[in-house]
Design a protein. Structure first.
Length: 277
């Protein structure tokens, strides 16, 4: 059983205090999910860095790393299948939730996120370093969990059949209304989608912690998201889309699937339906 944090708002989260008390002799892999350049500059002692927080495949930048790419990376972190992972970032837990989702996709569920992440850690004046650790190589083996993901073709079939679960569009207002194209050939949203921007679920600076869970539940309910129902989530590139399953899991709902290709893939095809009412 993971070492519980009684002060965290969810078993999926830990506080900065909990992490600080365990840095001297950690029994988990600590991952800094920020940009590589920021990690090299400074990070929490003992944290390993990621090459890029999106963890996209080298051969298809629209989609998540396959096992042959992810396994050696996870092993380099020192990760084994039975080991706990603690993740933080400096971007309101957006990238931490992405890495959480990637780990779940690869079958690893013993994962928690630091509430407030690097922002809270820095604000509290806790220790920092630029020294990268050198963990012993782990033996992590990927076991793909297809229930975490939706492909473009599957989502097309769900939309055309009328059998799609609720679809949560996590993007900004401009992306939703088509005024911001993000460089896509077309603008719009997946038919039947409900819009609720992910950032509204976070507290403001300096700490960037999650809002209280009762507030998150109420905000999503008021925004038209059924927090207890199955969901497909998306954004531009599957990053904010991965944040949504994390939030729903915080509320006890593990029935969400991320469309990893998202609008970067969908809006640049000729035969994918888009609407702009």
């Amino acid at each position: 059983m993971p070492d519980a944090d009684p002060n965290a708002p969810s078993p999926m989260l830990v506080t900065t205090e909990w992490l600080a008390d365990r840095l001297e002799n950690p029994d988990f892999v600590l991952i800094d999910a920020g940009e590589a350049i920021a990690y090299r500059r400074v990070h929490i002692p003992g944290a390993v860095g990621v090459p890029h927080p999106y963890l996209k495949s080298r051969t298809n930048r629209a989609l998540v790393m396959p096992p042959e790419e992810f396994e050696p990376l996870a092993q380099k972190w020192g990760l084994s299948n039975d080991q706990e992972v603690i993740i933080y970032d400096d971007n309101a837990s957006l990238h931490a939730a992405r890495v959480w989702w990637v780990l779940r996709y690869h079958g690893h569920r013993n994962v928690r996120v630091v509430d407030g992440g690097f922002n809270a850690w820095l604000d509290e004046g806790r220790p920092l370093t630029s020294r990268a650790p050198r963990p012993e190589t782990g033996n992590f083996t990927s076991k793909i969990d297809e229930s975490q993901i939706v492909s473009m073709d599957e989502l097309k079939d769900l939309v055309s059949s009328g059998d799609a679960p609720q679809i949560w569009d996590t993007r900004s207002d401009g992306e939703w209304d088509g005024s911001e194209s993000r460089g896509n050939k077309r603008t719009g949203r997946v038919p039947g989608a409900t819009h609720f921007e992910w950032l509204h679920l976070m507290q403001g600076p300096p700490a960037r912690r999650f809002r209280p869970l009762d507030e998150i539940r109420a905000a999503l309910d008021n925004g038209g998201i059924d927090v207890n129902a199955p969901a497909v989530t998306y954004c531009q590139s599957g990053i904010r889309g991965a944040f949504a399953p994390f939030v729903l899991a915080l509320l006890g709902n593990e029935q969400a699937r991320n469309y990893d290709g998202s609008m970067g893939e969908w809006a640049n095809q000729e035969d994918t339906p888009l609407v702009l009412e």
